[in-house]
Design a binder for this molecule. Structure first.
Ligand code: GTP
Ligand code: MG
Length: 558
């Protein structure tokens, strides 16, 4: 019988409690120098290189697979997950890459139909023609995770929110349940490395990096995976060599060349890379991308090329998440609220994106003196922090948070998450978006430099507005929903109602708010004031004549 170190499918509450203990620990050492973004990437990429992904018939194949793998080298860990509740996979981590190379060399192709014969670190584990005899000396590797990629349903989320002791507790529970776990992160790096294995056969020294919410700490389970293909300049130019390769010039800084290059990549991916399916090209956008589904993990991916600015942006958001433990739970709760209220959507349109919404939350936390401005992070940058993108964007800012002066590390503001959540809704529902813009770089509101409804300055390229797409109707909806949220938070009662606090906020519908107000009015003596509130809320909920197309319904559970 397989024994587990952790069971992801164990009761959700114990799962959350366990994770929460870890996060309490993290509060204490959250400024740990080893947690730098670059260190994290290096560690995870190395882990991906030392790992293979094996599709097995069932979990019972684990022992057999282990016996097979250890013929090639020491196995450090094994992680199991299921796709669509039927396909079983085990991610096997070896101690060193030599073992992986050996196992790849020893593997064979499928008999029968002609296939594109390209080797990688993804395999089937077929029924053994040669039985792997268990050696007595063989140490049993217990699965680190069984069924490690489950996603809580809305009902499960509602249940554990109901049992939390406070709204702050609910926010932490939600964050712990939705954040990417170790296996999910390993699989995201595995996906990047899988592509890299193929691309590096076409082009020397290329690497594929994950970025976006999968890496910045704001990602939730099943969020898309943003990937970027980059030149990897690790190989020094050998000046002593008399022989120089004949090559073709590639000007990826020029738009049409990038598009042509991506056309080729997309076709190659569709036809030759196993696991890649449903490839779509969006090449006319400011940042051209190839969208595809990675079927071994069921993750939607967006691949771009030479987009280092987005990677540094991801690093900046990661850094803000590391500065204070309240940042990530708060951003998660607000992103979830926005998703449930259809303020954000998986499809592009004139509404705010998760990325811009996260910047809005970071800006609010700057107003609360919890986060420093980017200007401060730039002021304390050292020579190790100098970074510049391929097209000259200066992305220099302090990376080592230990070097941040104490006044930014040890904050006087100790507000709990509930009060910050309330404060956020209060802030955005009263902010003068008409004349002012949001600027993370300065950390204070600025005079609005554009005619867009909503202006949030791109922190790294200050001439750009990341919310140029947002129209006035969508902006008004955000502020209306924030008003409604304040009402819910102020009237929520956990002693009488199972749908209280954050749960009420996530589930709120206009009709619920109207009913709640009516209910409260009956109970309160002072009817005059309450009627004024009804009037206010029904006014803000009126449909604008410019009401846009409906957002597409989400397919995910979370
Ligand atoms: P979700 O995928 O919705 O979970 O959030 P995300 O933060 O990953 O956003 P998204 O996938 O839309 O974008 C991926 C990354 O690209 C972001 O984290 C940013 O670093 C960057 N990005 C997204 N939108 C913009 C934008 O409008 N301007 C700039 N400069 N970068 C952007
Ligand atoms: Mg993303």
């Amino acid at each position: 019988m397989v024994r587990l170190k952790t069971r992801e499918h164990a009761s959700l509450s114990s799962f959350i409690q366990g994770n929460f203990k870890q996060s309490l620990g993290k509060r204490i050492d959250s400024l740990n120098i080893n947690n730098t973004f670059e260190n994290t990437i290096t560690k995870r990429r190395d882990q991906a290189r030392r790992s293979i992904l094996v599709q097995v018939y069932s979990l019972n194949s684990q022992d057999d697979l282990q016996s097979y793998c250890i013929q090639f080298g020491d196995v450090l860990s094994m992680h199991h997950y299921q796709k669509n509740k039927q396909h079983n996979y085990i991610l096997v981590e070896f101690k060193d890459i030599v073992s992986v190379n050996k196992i790849i060399s020893s593997a064979s192709f499928m008999d029968g139909d002609f296939v594109a014969p390209v080797k990688s670190s993804v395999f089937w584990f077929r029924k053994g023609k040669f039985v792997c005899h268990k050696r007595n000396s063989e140490k049993k590797i217990f699965l680190s995770t069984e069924n490690g990629c489950i996603c809580p349903t809305e009902k499960e989320i509602a249940n554990f929110l109901q049992n939390a002791k406070s709204i702050s507790g609910q926010i932490i529970d939600l964050y712990e349940a939705l954040k990417l776990n170790d296996l999910e992160t390993r699989l995201r790096f595995h996906t990047a490395y899988h592509l890299e294995q193929y691309f590096s056969r076409l082009f020397q020294n290329t690497k594929v990096l994950p970025f976006g919410s999968s890496l910045n700490g704001f990602g939730r389970k099943r969020c898309d995976l943003d990937l970027v293909l980059l030149p990897d300049n690790i190989e020094e130019n050998n000046a002593a060599s008399r022989l120089v390769f004949h090559t073709k010039p590639m000007k990826l800084s020029e738009r049409h060349e990038t598009r042509e290059f991506m056309e080729i990549l997309a076709s190659t991916m569709q036809h030759f890379i196993p696991g890649v399916c449903n490839v779509r090209k969006i090449l006319e956008a400011r940042v051209p991308i190839i969208k595809f589904l990675y079927e071994y993990t069921n993750i939607e991916c967006d691949l771009s090329t030479t987009n280092m600015a987005a990677v540094y942006m991801c690093e900046l958001l990661y850094l803000y998440g590391e500065i204070d433990w309240r940042v990530r739970p708060l951003v998660t709760a607000i992103r979830k609220w926005a998703k449930n209220q259809e303020i954000t959507s998986d499809v592009p349109g004139p509404w705010i994106t998760n990325f811009s919404l996260s910047l809005l939350v970071l800006f609010y936390l700057q107003q609360k003196n919890i986060l420093p401005s980017l200007r401060v992070l730039k002021t304390y940058a050292t020579s190790d922090d100098i970074r510049c993108t391929e097209n000259g964007i200066d992305c220099t800012f302090l990376r080592n948070l230990e070097k941040l002066p104490p006044e930014y590390k040890y904050k006087s503001n100790q507000d709990n998450l509930e009060s910050l959540l309330h404060g956020f809704f209060d802030y955005i529902s009263t902010f003068d978006f008409h004349t002012k813009g949001i600027c993370i770089r300065e950390g204070v509101p600025i005079r609005k430099p554009s005619r867009s409804a909503l202006h949030i300055t791109n922190p790294l390229e200050t001439t750009l507005n990341v919310c140029k797409n947002v129209n006035i109707y969508e902006l008004n909806r955000i502020t209306e929903k924030a008003h409604d949220a304040i009402y819910i938070l102020e009237t929520t009662d956990n002693s009488r109602n199972s749908n209280w606090g954050l749960a009420a906020l996530l589930n709120m519908k206009n009709i619920d708010i109207m009913n709640m107000i009516k209910l409260n009015n009956k109970k309160e003596e002072n009817t005059t004031n309450s009627l004024e509130e009804i009037h206010e809320i029904s006014e803000v909920n009126e449909v604008d004549i410019n009401q846009p197309k409906k957002k597409k319904k989400k397919k995910e559970t979370v």
